[in-house]
Structure formats: structure tokens, C-alpha cells
Write a protein that binds this ligand. Sequence first.
Ligand code: NAD
Length: 522
Amino acid sequence: MATDTKIAAPVLISTNPATGETVGTYSCTSVDEVHEAVDIARRAQPAWAALGVQKRVAIIRRFRKLLNQQAGEVAELITREAGKPIPEAMGAEILVVQDAAEFVARHAAEILQPQPVPHSNPAMKTKRGTLHHEPHGVIGIISPWNYPFSIPSTETLAALVLGNAVVLKPSELTPACALKLQSLLHEAGVPKEIMQVVLGEGPVGAALIDSKIDKIIFTGSVATGRRVSVAAAQKLLPCVLELGGKDPFIVFDDADLDVASSGAVWGAFMNAGQTCLSVERCYVQRSVFEKFVNMCVKKAQALKVGDGFDRDTDVGPMIDTRQLRIVESQVADALDKGAKVLTGGERLTQLGPNFYAPTVLTNVTPDMKLMREETFGPLLPVIPFDTDEQAISMANESEFGLAASVWTNSRSRGEAVAGKIEAGTVMVNDAISGFGICEAPHGGFKASGIGRTHGLLGMQEMVRVRYVDVDRVVMKKPWWYGYKGMYREQIHGFADMMFGHSPAKRIKGALNSTKILTRPKL
Ligand code: NAD
């Protein structure tokens, strides 16, 4: 039987949430050791950057090949440690990482390529600007347990290929998955000093932020994200925050209800509802509300809840009892306030302490906790609406803004509504799956976060930029004082040019006086 809590400091005991069996016992990293790990990474990073992008790309591709060879074994480890069914471990974790590895390998050279910065200020005519991209140095990554392999992997790969060292602090609930990532990277050729994992609970993450890292990439809850943001602000440490969501799912009357209800059921219950992009609030146009709800109930009841290793399992356990209790308390609050549970609404104790039935609720109102706070569990609350405007306003009535989905057979209606939803990703006729497109930037509006991971924007987060300005004509600039002389005329000439006026006499005078046309160029 699974235990109530998975943590026993100063060691981490990782347990299978379905069975309670021990996956592994690991020593926690001390605060001093965290600082030491970062110092080691700092010393090693210049050589990793100097290795050159092509050699790093080759290592990342070797990692991808190793992952491909060991995919079955890694999927089993993910299921053992996080509980999800094997097809979800393969589809939403390993496949995503394989795709991301190829993406970052393909784009690394282009990101690091210096880029000319053309400009049009006539007064700066002799200057040439170039943007240089370089690794930050040591990137700290703090990750959650719900995608224990894909989240730290995609972020780590992007950081490494661009020449950074990485110190990763995974969730205390899923250390084994992070250690597997580390061993695959080392086997592929990433030096041990360049990719290190530190283990422990929150204080180990806090120590990482306090160390000499150059940037922090944090994925987790809004509450912890705020703490991370405050700690980073004290040091003016740049950070990316990938936080929670309360994603709305809007079904219009012209949608294919069979497809949309399957999308809602999968979007709400995959990974036992423990996905940042889970469907958490379902809004359905009143004329099709009843039909849609009935379809969802039927489909939810057909799902098999069980151990992720069981071939018949659709929905695995929740990560632990603490998380399950949050779901129970939200359902209790909703029932107190008048909600109706149409199916589910209970623990499946016969399976173990961490299983909760896929649950569909109606009669829900905006004041209920399950409509305001992130649930992170298998709940699907469904609410009717009348007009498009009403659906948009209900969807936007949240402090979160991670993702949303809109269901309609009209592409123009879908895109028009998508344009009005306050979220970092809006999917039309799909849910969650946008995360599987490694080209698509991932991140939220409002309390759902700052910055992006994935895609070229995610890669850009892993480099800092230096603008190098070279003046090809060595001369004294006319604006280096002497304001009461010729410059007074000249600056008006430059302004005339900026506004497209034909070069007046005074601009000719300006150019001649500085003799920039006749000076030798560098
Ligand atoms: P969490 O915030 O409890 O923990 C996340 C990580 O932060 C863990 O590694 C934890 O040990 C560490 N941590 C805790 N306190 C810390 C501190 N003071 N300083 C530094 N690190 C600290 O989140 P969780 O329960 O592991 O994950 C679930 C949450 O993550 C959900 O809210 C979910 O929406 C969010 N999430 C977001 C995304 C996204 O991409 N936006 C993806 C997955 C999960």
C-alpha cells in the first residue's frame, strides 16, 4: 500500500504511487553541496562553450539515440515513479523529449550565429551593429513531478546545446527520473561537471537560487513560483517561471460533440488530471449542454482506473495522498455550495490510497474553489453559457492564463474567439496536445508565468545577447560638445533626414564638416 507521504528527509524515498513500493532511496544534497555543484559547473562551463556548437549538437543527438534505445526502460521508470499509464509515459514524455532533442540540435547553430542589426539613423551612418548570442553560464533548473522526465529534459537540452552548464533540482517526489536523464546525458558525452542533479525538497531549490547560477528556469505551482520570483529579484537573477493553470475549454453549439466530449474527458483526466494544461473549466453552449454532459459522463464511466503498468488502465493514481486530499476538499466545497456530481466524486480505496474516480460535475458556480484554484486532479466541472461574448468573459475570469481550448466547426469563429482569450496557448479543436509540438513556445499569461520554454523563444531564454557596435570611421563625433557652434545646425539636418525631408543644405554641411565621406573605412 502507498504511504501517505513520499518524503523522509534527509534521504528521499521515491515510491510508486500505485503500489507504495520503493523506487529508490537517495541522499539529499546539502546546502554546501549545492553551492559546490554550481562552483564546479562554473569552472567547467567555459570549456563546454568553447567545444563549439557542432560537437555539442553531436552529443545531444547521441543522447537522443540512447533514449531511443532505452525508451521502454525509461517509460517503465516514469510509470513506476509517477504512476501514469505506459502510453502516457511514451507519448507525453519520451516522444516529446526525442522531438525536442532534434529541434534544439537543428536550431542551436542558428541561435548562436551573430546577426547584423541594420539601422536607419543617419547620424550613425558609419556604424555597423552586430548581435552576438552566448550562453548565460550556469543555468539552474527546478522542476515538478507531473512530467518528471519531459519537463527537466526539454529545458536541460536547450540549455546544454547552447553552451550552458546545468544544475537540475527535480521534484523530491521523482528523483529517479531526473537521475536517469543525467545518466543518459553523461553516457552521451556531456561532462559530469556540466550536468549535475541536486536532490531534496524546497530548501535545496532555495539554495540553488541562492548559489552563483546565472539564470533560473522554474516550473511548478504559483505559490512556489512567487517565492522563487522574490528570491531571484533580491539577486536580480533572471528567471523563467512556468506556473499553474486553470484552463478553460469552450464548446460552441456547432462543434462536433462526440469529438469535443472525448477531448474534454481526455484533457481533464489524462495523467489523472495532473497536467498544467489540464481541462479545468468546461463551458458549453446551453442548447447542446445536456447532450454534451451526458456524453462526458458516459465516457468518464467507461474509463478504467488502475496501475499504470496494467495494459487496460486509462487513468493512473494521483501522485500522493496530499494531492488527492486537495481534490477531495475542492469537491466537498463544491457540494456544500450546491454542485452536483454526475459520476465519480470519490476515492477508489479498493485500488489503494491514491486513486480518485474521474469526476464530472454540474451546477458549479464561479465562487467554488474548483473554479478558482488549480485542481490538479481528475475533475471536469461543466457550466452552460449563452453567447460567444459570455463564454469569452467566463474563460477570462481567472488569475491564471496558461492555455485554453475552443471547439467549433467554424475555423473563423474558433480563431476569432482564440484571439480574445487571455492565455499563452489557445488550441482550436484540441486540448493539451500543443505541448507536444516542440516548435511551439510554452508559457502563460497572468499568474501562469513569465517567459517561455520550448520553441525558438524557449531557446532564446538560454542565451544572453551582446550588441557590438563598430564605428568604421575613426573620428570625433559632431555631438561631442560644441553645442553652440555648427552642431546646432547639423542636428536639425539629421532630424530632417529622419523625417524623410530632402537633405537640406544644413545636412550637407553636417556631413562635410565631419568629413565622414572621405575618411578611410575600417
Ligand atoms: P511545487 O511548486 O510544489 O514544486 C516545484 C519544484 O519547486 C519542486 O522541485 C520543489 O521541490 C521546488 N521548491 C519548493 N519550494 C521551493 C523554494 N522555496 N525554492 C525553490 N524551489 C522550491 O510544484 P509541484 O507540486 O512539484 O508541481 C505541480 C505544479 O507545477 C502545478 O501547479 C502545475 O500546474 C505546475 N506545472 C506547470 C507547468 C508549466 O509548464 N506551466 C508544467 C508542469 C507543472
